[in-house]
Ligand binder design. Sequence first.
Ligand SMILES: [Zn+2]
Length: 191
Amino acid sequence: MRCVSCHAFSVDVVCSKCAKRLLRPTISRRRVGSLEVVSLFHYSVIEPFLLTKHTPLGHRIYRYLGRHYLAPFVETYRQQEGASFGVIGIDEHVGHGYAHTALLTRAIRHPDIPVIHGALLAGNRVNYAGKTLQYRLDHPRDFRYTGPANGTVVLVDDIITTGITLHEAMEAMRLAGVEVAFALTLADARY
Ligand SMILES: [Zn+2]
């Protein structure tokens, strides 16, 4: 295939040269209530890639970002902490033909890291894009969790904006008796 950026032949959707040049991780952390959220990129860095989300190319880009960035981060955490946990994507419903968060979590799957697909779905699928903080607070996602009611998980999403969605997701998990170690996103929209 060809690299989406320089169009040279490449084994991946982004060639290694462009990845080195354009996809430099800048890990940031923030707290939303009692939830720690780790983001691997500043949004401004990764924006052109994430904007492919609802295009046919987005499928390959999301898979690529999951495999090359999220998966190594989660595996390193597992090894360093000696932790045992599962991975859950936020609202893995199928829209536009595929669930983009499912592409990310599928890429993280490892023999020692189970991925629980489609178990945390929003009852309210209001689109938050461009909406104010007050609007987001007034229209909660109303998450329903249907996975195993124990253990620890890492929550995964592509972008953190206000953090309201991730925090709501964490509360739904805790109500079900599941501990959330932290949330992991590709991008932090603050940057
Ligand atoms: Zn390239």
